[in-house]
Design a protein around this ligand. Structure first.
Ligand code: PEP
Length: 258
């Protein structure tokens, strides 16, 4: 059984359309070698989803993701984008619960549960983000904090829905700060997350879940971080905006056959 190794780019609210298209073109042209169990997901701003999807669609290993979706199905929610709309334009993935959304848009676990349920209802694959702030890391209670986020956000799902799920562990103190968790810190938390999932769903399900690390992943540290057995790739912000950096990060995905 094979667990997917994933390099996911989070472009956030960056790039003009032409810059976004150039970046996608450069990535497609770069020397990227991917095995059957490795993939690239580009989480792009809503207005660029279709354009970037059309550019990368012919490449089996490249997929496009939204960075968010609405917590409600449809209706009078000005400015929102529904899971159904994303499905209608052939988008397969959606990031849910990024720390920036939790912090700046007050997305609570209850809201995230609604988003996850709608994403799954419309056939989207959620990339669920979790991770502790610095104060919690300093207190040493990061395991409890992250376990709580997982339980609140995901444990209403059944085993079939949990199979092949994607989780991104992103310690908030490492996002956009240039401070990366060490590869040992990442492995420790990823192993713990897999155990929390195994305790709830069993090992055979937990072993199918891809757990990505996020937080200042760069071309020069990706290989070390991704080499750890429970780190199945990364969710990458800043470094995903530079084609040469991100293609090196993609090429740092490890081969793993479980
Ligand atoms: C992110 O926002 O998901 C992220 C990990 O950002 P960065 O790589 O810039 O730290």
């Amino acid at each position: 059984m094979i667990r997917k190794q994933i390099a996911a780019a989070n472009w956030k609210m960056n790039l003009s359309l032409s810059q976004a298209e150039t970046l996608a073109d450069e990535l497609m042209k770069s020397e990227i070698k991917l095995d059957i169990h490795q993939q690239v997901i580009l989480a792009v701003p809503f207005p660029y989803l279709t354009a970037i999807h059309q550019k990368v669609n012919h490449h089996n290993h490249f997929h496009v993701s939204a960075q968010n979706c609405a917590a409600t199905k449809n209706g009078a929610f000005t400015g929102e984008v529904s899971a159904e709309m994303l499905r209608d334009i052939d988008i397969q993935y959606v990031i849910i619960g990024h720390s920036e959304r939790r912090a700046y848009y007050h997305e609570t676990s209850d809201i995230l549960v609604e988003k996850i349920n709608l994403a799954l209802e419309y056939g989207l694959k959620p990339i669920f983000c979790c991770g502790e702030p610095l104060s919690i890391r300093e207190e040493g209670t990061q395991n409890e904090f992250v376990a709580h986020q997982l339980k609140e956000g995901l444990f209403h799902l059944d085993a079939e829905q949990m199979k092949h799920f994607i989780i991104a562990y992103e310690p908030i103190w490492a996002i956009g700060t240039g401070k990366t968790a060490s590869s040992d810190q990442a492995q420790e938390m990823h192993q713990y997350i897999r155990k929390v999932i195994a305790d709830q769903y069993g090992h055979s399900i937990a072993d199918t879940v891809s757990i990505l690390y996020g937080g200042s992943v760069k071309a020069n540290n990706a290989e070390d971080i991704f080499s750890k057995p429970d780190v199945d790739g990364g969710l990458v912000g800043g470094a995903s905006l530079v084609a040469s950096e991100f293609s090196t990060i993609i090429n740092s995905l490890k081969s793993i056959i479980l």
